[in-house]
Design a protein around this ligand. Structure first.
Ligand code: PGA
Length: 253
């Protein structure tokens, strides 16, 4: 990936989802050690379950690996049993937060409006949001992929993102955890449409916001995906759990 002064560094973010116990921090330490010994072209982040955030942040301190949350509540505090606020994520050492992941949208009924409110909360807490959008297989088969994804992006990105650090992730639901990926041409088409939305919403700043691809990114397809026009990084699920696989993807950026 060639970088210019106007192109921010790509971002490779690992989403551990609901995987990981204290012993898994060894994988994170192995990623940090490799990143420290050979600084990559990309910025690198790991988003563990909330239970590991604080310990991972301490282990990664000064190591060149950012730590992020996987979701946050839209309020800074309150009577919300079981929820975690953006302020709490930041307090535990997070610098970023994934918002609007399709697993949250599907299993927790998160709407675009709620995702947008969570983005506002993340910004207020000083976190860099990674805002996800993607179509289902039925929507793609019906020829609606581009309309669905751009509609989700428009409604999930609040105006307050203007001038702030954030990323958008295109994550086709049918490619997540399935080993299936869209063609490079399909990824390029959706990313170009998302770029147009970002420019329409945020002007020149929108031209520089990284658009990540997520969905079955693996060591053997990362290079091709990351070389696709308008792909500014990757959001990696399964392959981020093993340091060797994640490092191979980081190397491909
Ligand atoms: P996957 O997950 O890489 O395991 O397909 C991607 C994601 O859900 O972000």
């Amino acid at each position: 990936m060639t970088l210019s002064l106007t192109t921010p560094r790509p971002l490779i973010a690992g989403n551990w989802k609901m995987f990981g116990l204290e012993t898994s921090l060894d994988e994170a330490r192995a990623v940090a050690a490799a990143v420290a010994s050979k600084p990559p072209a990309a910025r690198v982040a790991l988003c563990p379950p909330a239970t590991l955030l604080h310990r991972m942040s301490e282990a990664m301190a000064g190591e060149g690996v950012l730590v992020g949350g996987q979701d946050c509540h839209q309020s800074p505090s309150g009577a919300h049993t079981g929820d975690v606020s953006a302020t709490m994520l930041a307090d535990a050492g997070a610098r970023l937060v994934i918002l609007g992941h399709s697993e949250r949208r599907a299993a927790h009924g998160e709407s675009d409006a709620l995702v947008s409110a969570k983005v506002e909360a993340a910004l207020a807490a000083g976190l860099e949001p990674i805002v996800c959008c993607g179509e289902t297989l039925a929507q793609r088969d019906a020829g609606q992929a581009q309309a669905v994804v751009t509609g989700m992006a428009r409604a999930s990105l609040p105006a307050s993102l203007a001038g702030q650090d954030f990323a958008v992730a295109y994550e086709p639901v049918w490619a997540i955890g399935t080993g299936r990926t869209p063609t490079v041409a399909d990824i390029a088409a959706i990313h170009a449409a998302l770029r147009a939305v970002l420019i329409e919403r945020f002007g020149q700043h929108g031209a520089t916001v990284p658009i990540l691809y997520g969905g079955s990114v693996k060591p053997d397809n990362a290079r091709e995906i990351l070389a696709t026009p308008e792909v500014g990084g990757a959001l990696v699920g399964g392959a981020s759990l093993k340091a060797a696989d994640f490092l191979a993807i980081i190397d491909a950026a």
